[in-house]
Design a protein around this ligand. Structure first.
Ligand SMILES: Nc1ncnc2c1ncn2[C@@H]1O[C@H](COP(=O)(O)OP(=O)(O)OP(=O)(O)O)[C@@H](O)[C@H]1O
Ligand SMILES: [Mg+2]
Length: 283
């Protein structure tokens, strides 16, 4: 169990005071303080190229995300959407290009856990909650992070932390399921719990890959509301194929194709763009 917890939360651990630039944390990881987004941009991707055996999954990709923005990324299968998230989170190293979190954090110089710790949270498609633990305990564990697992096991969560967890439960709409085992939740509710598990770590940038796959129409609608409510407080990048869902939440949409940006604008602008129509319909 402990090992599973540690592996699950190899991401960001909470601390009341952010570490100073260049400070060495236990384990020797170097973590910057939070991102400097004073120019209004939280993420800069410039000229990113990723090749797999000569095939360019990303091809000189350039993309900027503003602070508090909710951005939808769409594009046909194989366009490079997931690879882009892999680059942002340090899972895949690009061959060329640069990736900055705010103006001072060079993502290409950090490891995956360091990037998570700097404030980038990623939600994968398959929910990975602890089924036998309650909804509340899942959030407690997520809040503790890997470096505080021992503390979580042997100490109580403080009143302030419980308040924060309750606020997140309300945000994700699971306050009534607080004491139930996570295994008893529906697929959609597990997805929301996992979003909550990211939120307690207070990420500045959230990456969400295909959040509504497998959800009922009601769950899809609720997810749109949830992600919409996060914008402003967080910057959010959502990759999704469900165009109705994208229409219901999107402010700005980026269309990826063959590893580059094909079009960018409102959902109506991109859906009426002849290049986008050609890529999707082959006409
Ligand atoms: N580790 C890898 N090794 C080899 N090729 C890869 C690897 N990861 C991705 N690719 C290839 O890179 C291209 C982009 O894949 P990616 O998963 O980023 O696309 P996507 O836009 O997320 O597609 P989907 O909508 O199907 O999820 C695809 O052609 C894929 O087969
Ligand atoms: Mg993908």
């Amino acid at each position: 169990m402990i090992r599973a917890v540690m592996e699950r939360f190899s991401g960001r651990s909470r601390s009341a005071t952010p570490p100073r630039t260049g400070e060495l944390l236990s384990g020797g990881s170097r973590v910057e303080s939070g991102p400097d987004a004073s120019r209004g941009v939280i993420l800069y991707l410039e000229d990113i190229t990723v090749s797999f055996d000569g095939f360019r999954a990303l091809n000189a990709l350039t993309l900027y995300i503003e602070v508090g923005e909710l951005r939808c990324i769409i594009g046909p299968n194989g366009a490079g959407k997931t690879t882009m998230m892999d680059v942002i989170t340090g899972k895949t190293r690009p061959d060329t290009g640069s990736a900055w979190f705010g103006q001072t954090i060079d993502l290409l110089a950090l490891t995956e856990p360091e990037i998570a710790q700097a404030g980038i949270g990623r939600k994968f498609q398959k929910p990975t909650v602890f089924e036998r633990h309650s909804v509340f305990e899942n959030l407690e564990l997520a809040m503790a992070g890997d470096k505080s697992v021992w503390r979580w096991l042997f100490a109580r969560t403080t009143a302030a932390e419980r308040e924060q967890i309750d606020a997140v439960l309300e945000t994700v709409g699971l306050q009534d399921r607080r004491e139930e085992p996570a295994g008893a939740l529906s697929h959609g509710q597990k997805q929301w719990l996992e979003i909550g598990m990211l939120l307690v770590q207070e990420p500045q940038l959230l990456l969400v890959d295909e959040p509504v796959a497998g959800m009922t129409p009601q769950e899809t609608e609720r997810t749109a509301e949830l992600l919409g409510s996060l914008a402003g407080r967080h910057s959010v990048i959502v990759v999704e194929h469900d165009m109705e869902f994208v229409r219901s939440i999107a402010r700005k949409v980026t269309v990826l194709h063959e590893g580059s940006v094909l079009a960018e604008g409102s959902i109506d602008e991109v859906q009426n763009d002849p290049r986008v129509i050609e890529v999707y319909l082959g006409v």
